[in-house]
Write a protein that binds this ligand. Structure first.
Ligand code: 13P
Length: 274
């Protein structure tokens, strides 16, 4: 591990390692396929009621099941933004695509973020970075902020290929865009081996990969743009480990799965984002 990191150090622009003044922290909750209506409503109400206790410096987003998006977006306090867990790759606002929700329809319902490329979409729905690039494009056309998920499998890390894997994901997904088009881009680094497993990347591993992602974005676009992109960490983030993980210079918050389903835990993680 140490040797892989040292291989990127000489080329890494140290000025990027400082937290950028424009980079607001973001803590986002990915509810996945959880919560029947009553439970979802109770959690949403709890978060709205608690919003005033959340630090002003930390942005908050929740991504509940799609069915609840429109009503939550309408009723949420300004503090809590609502995002989709996925979006259609179709660039048309409307069309005969049964089961799909376009970025434009999301936007019209007050939903301004969409998670794209989550590892569960990749593994259970065969999504790859070519398709994910189309989803990012659809988000941008409709004015949504794409939360682009990337991250390596355990065998990639064990064989020291994790940097290469993540670089390839970014290279494919961000190909053909300009920095101007990607102003709203948010990246979420979610090592697959840490998702829902209770195994978290160490703060050092998270920071190391976040710095690397910023470096790759800087090379593809420019360093000013890279310095302003928010990069979230996701994977078994909990109240007990969030503050330490978020302390990394290049870690701008988290994409939280299981712990976002418990109001108190999610709020504790939001507070750790300060
Ligand atoms: P967990 O926090 O449950 O590991 O899930 C992370 C995740 O997949 C967020 O998108």
């Amino acid at each position: 591990m140490a040797c892989a990191y040292s291989s990127i150090l000489p080329k890494f622009d140290a000025s990027l390692a400082k937290k950028h003044p424009m980079r607001r922290r973001l803590v986002a909750g990915n509810w996945k396929m959880n919560k029947g209506y009553r439970e979802a409503r109770a959690l949403f109400d709890y978060l709205n009621d608690t919003a005033r206790d959340m630090p002003a410096e930390v942005d908050v987003m929740i991504a509940p099941p799609a069915l609840y998006l429109s009503s939550f977006a309408k009723e949420s306090t300004k503090k809590i933004e609502v995002g989709a867990q996925d979006v259609s790759q179709r660039r048309e606002a409307e069309g005969a695509y049964t089961g799909e929700i376009s970025a434009s329809i999301l936007n019209s319902a007050g939903v301004h973020y969409a998670i794209v490329g989550h590892s569960e979409r990749r593994s259970y729905h065969g999504e790859d970075d070519e398709l994910i690039r189309e989803k990012i494009r659809a988000c941008i056309d409709a004015g949504l902020a794409p939360v682009y998920c990337c991250g390596e499998q355990l065998e990639d890390r064990d064989s020291d290929r994790h940097f290469d894997v993540v670089r390839k994901q970014l290279d494919t997904a961000l190909k053909d865009f300009t920095a101007l088009e990607l102003q709203k881009l948010i990246v979420a680094y979610e090592p697959v081996w840490a998702i829902g497993t209770g195994k978290t990347a160490s703060p050092g591993q998270a920071q190391e990969m976040h710095a690397y992602i910023r470096k790759v974005i800087g090379e593809r676009f420019d360093t000013d743009f890279a310095a302003a992109v928010r990069i979230l960490y996701g994977g078994s983030c909990k109240p007990g480990n969030a503050a330490e993980i978020f302390s990394g210079e290049d870690v701008d918050g988290g994409l939280i799965g299981g712990a976002s389903l418990k109001g108190e835990d999610f709020v504790a993680i939001i507070k750790a984002g300060l």
